[in-house]
Design a protein around this ligand. Structure first.
Ligand SMILES: Cc1cc2nc3c(=O)[nH]c(=O)nc-3n(C[C@H](O)[C@H](O)[C@H](O)COP(=O)(O)O)c2cc1C
Length: 193
C-alpha cells in the first residue's frame, strides 16, 4: 500500500495520489469563500464541449442556511458524516439551452470540472467527498433552479478530523483499503499492462 491506503501500478503526481474521499471531517475547521477560490478557479479552467461551460455551483458553509438545506437533502447515511464538513457544494449543470437544445456532454463536462476542483483542493490540503445520495429534484426546487438546470452531485469539503468520532461501521469503511480494477482490465486494446 502507498498513499491514502491504495496501491499504484505507476508513480503518480502528489495531488492525484493524495486525493481520497473521507467521512471523518473536522467539525471545528472553518473554510472561507477565499479558501475555496483556487478550487473554483480550477473548475473554471476545465475543458468542455464547444467551451460550453455548462457547470455552476452553490456553496454552503457549515452553520449557514445553504449548508443546512444541502445536508437536509442528503440520504441519512451521507448526512450523518457530511454535517461535520466545512462546506458543501452543489454541482449543477445546464442540461438544455434556454431555447431547449440538449447539451449532449453536459454531465461529462460537469464531472470534469468537479475533478479539477478536487485535484486543486488536494493541492490546497483540502479533502473532497462527492455524493449522489441526495434528493436532487427537492434541492433544485429549494435552490430555485430553472427547469434546464439540475443538481447532479453534492460534494463536501474540509480537513480530516478524528476517525474515532465516527460510528464503528464508518470507521471500518474509512480504514478499508481503497481498491481499483487493474489497468489490464480498463485499458482493453492497444496497450497491455
Ligand atoms: C458520482 C459519485 C457519486 C457518489 N456518491 C456517494 C455517496 O452517495 N455516498 C458516499 O459516501 N460516497 C459517494 N461517492 C464517493 C465514492 O464512493 C468514492 O469516490 C469511491 O468509493 C472511491 O473512493 P475514493 O474517492 O476515496 O478514491 C460518490 C462518488 C461519485 C463520483
Amino acid at each position: 500500500m502507498t498513499e491514502q491506503n491504495s496501491d499504484h501500478s505507476f508513480p503518480l503526481s502528489d495531488v492525484v495520489a493524495k486525493r481520497w474521499s473521507p467521512r471523518a471531517y473536522s467539525s471545528t475547521h472553518v473554510l472561507s469563500a477565499k479558501d475555496l477560490g483556487p478550487c473554483f478557479e480550477a473548475a473554471r479552467w476545465s475543458p468542455s464541449s464547444g467551451n460550453s461551460q455548462p457547470w455552476s455551483f452553490v456553496v454552503g458553509f457549515r452553520g449557514d442556511e445553504l449548508f443546512s438545506a444541502m445536508v437536509a437533502s442528503m440520504a441519512e447515511g451521507n448526512a450523518i458524516w457530511a454535517t461535520h464538513a466545512s462546506a458543501v457544494v452543489a454541482n449543477i449543470t445546464m442540461t438544455h439551452s434556454a431555447e431547449g437544445k440538449a447539451l449532449s456532454h453536459a454531465l461529462y463536462d460537469l464531472g470534469q470540472a468537479v475533478s479539477h476542483f478536487s485535484i486543486q483542493a488536494t493541492a490546497e490540503d483540502l479533502l473532497v467527498h462527492q455524493m449522489g445520495g441526495f434528493n436532487s429534484p427537492e434541492l433544485g426546487e429549494t435552490l430555485g433552479l430553472a427547469d434546464n438546470f439540475t443538481v447532479v452531485t453534492l460534494m463536501t469539503v474540509g480537513v480530516l478530523g478524528d476517525i474515532a468520532d465516527l460510528s464503528e461501521k464508518l470507521q471500518d469503511r474509512e480504514r478499508a483499503p481503497r481498491v481499483r480494477k487493474p489497468l489490464s482490465e480498463i485499458v482493453i486494446q492497444g496497450a497491455s499492462y
